[in-house]
Design a protein around this ligand. Structure first.
Ligand SMILES: C[S@@+](CC[C@H](N)C(=O)[O-])C[C@H]1O[C@@H](n2cnc3c(N)ncnc32)[C@H](O)[C@@H]1O
Length: 343
């Protein structure tokens, strides 16, 4: 068996249900054996859109070619540690451009750039889903002229759509030694979901509950994600932080986990943040594994992992956010200040 390097983490919490480590993913990942991770889901820094810390090791401090070289190292390492035939899911969005930085106000195909980077590393582009966003909420957060009705009246050539979220999924080539099998046993998302009384058996391909859940999950656009169902994060911020942690919606993570992993599987993220992916993995009966560079986020993840019900309701989050948000968009990508006024 190949000998793995011994990697030292700054801090760690290891239990039989999860292992979270503080340190640089690019170093820590070298300690994970080949073909040992069953599934992964993560939200990478969107190049320099939000800066999470001042560290050079922080991917959000790498720009251009350096960013891609940095991320590509992790993409290749994820290919090594993932089981053949298994999936890694990545949360991305298209990025806004600015007049100052790009010379025009519009969009950059970051999603496409991520897909190309994964393909270049040897992954198969497997699937993608678009996650609906409310343009009115996006406008209120970003103050973007592109989303203003006033702009439509003035000159609509400047107007454009709000930026959606996407999950892009990649499959490692090879035969999957452990099929992810069984019917879908729960529905996560807006509303009640299908009637569980329609449930038949776990292995029955005519399991009506599972069929109806699958019909919603197979949709190319997820309109029914609860946007504010996220892990609590406000205590992980400093007043003078330039960071905008963007907790991924738990509905999105849980759907992906249900689709692409078995109970007991190891679910990995190289960008733990405040712990959303690992927390959802454990709540879904999987084992979570994550790395986080920033001390404050790691400590928040540690707290979150010890809470059985760390979710906050939409109302609670909204009022907490109002108290603290001078500069923090909750999740919506369009960074305040990134978009320049039109005239
Ligand atoms: C978009 S956030 C992830 C948020 C996470 N999905 C959640 O819901 O909590 C990206 C995270 O990557 C971390 N990060 C950036 N570079 C890193 C590195 N080299 N090693 C480990 N973590 C890193 C940042 O500190 C930040 O917490």
């Amino acid at each position: 068996m190949k000998k793995l390097p011994v990697i030292k983490a700054v801090d760690q919490d290891v239990t039989d249900r999860y292992a979270i480590y503080q340190g640089d993913s690019c170093e820590l990942i070298r300690g994970i054996p080949d073909d040992s991770v069953h599934f992964g889901i993560h939200s990478p820094p969107f190049e320099g859109l939000y800066k999470f810390s001042g560290s050079d090791r922080d991917l959000s401090n790498s720009e251009g070619v350096t960013f891609w070289r940095h991320y590509q190292f992790l993409i290749s390492e994820m290919l090594r540690i993932t089981m053949p035939g298994r999936v890694q899911a990545v949360h991305v969005m298209q990025l806004p451009t600015s007049k100052r930085r790009d010379g025009f106000i519009g969009m950059r195909d970051f999603r496409g750039e991520v897909i190309r980077a994964w393909q270049d590393a040897g992954w198969q582009f497997h699937s993608e889903v678009c996650i609906w966003k409310d343009a009115v909420v996006a406008q209120a957060r970003s103050k973007s002229h592109r989303l203003n009705h006033k702009q439509v009246v003035k000159d609509s050539t400047i107007s454009g759509q709000a930026l959606a979220d996407y999950i892009v999924a990649f499959r490692k080539p090879g035969d999957n030694p452990e099929p992810v099998s069984g019917a879908l046993k729960r529905y996560v998302g807006e509303g009640e979901g299908p009637d569980f009384a329609k449930f038949t058996t776990d292995t029955d391909s005519r399991n009506w509950f599972s069929i109806e859940v699958w019909q919603r999950y197979a949709s190319p656009v997820w309109m029914d994600i609860r946007q504010t169902r996220t892990l609590q994060y406000l205590t992980a911020r400093d007043a003078n932080d330039e960071a905008h942690i963007s907790p991924l919606q738990l509905d999105v993570i849980e759907r992906c986990i249900d689709l692409w992993s078995n109970p007991g599987d190891i679910v990995f993220t190289p960008f733990l943040g405040i712990g959303s992916e690992v927390w959802a993995a454990v709540q879904s009966g999987r084992r979570g594994l994550g790395f986080e560079l920033k001390d404050k986020y790691f400590r928040q993840a540690r707290i979150n992992m010890t809470r059985e019900t760390a979710e906050v309701t939409a109302d609670a989050l909204a009022s907490l956010a109002q108290e603290a948000a001078t500069d923090a968009p909750l999740h919506d990508g369009e960074a305040i200040g990134e978009l320049e006024p039109v005239s």
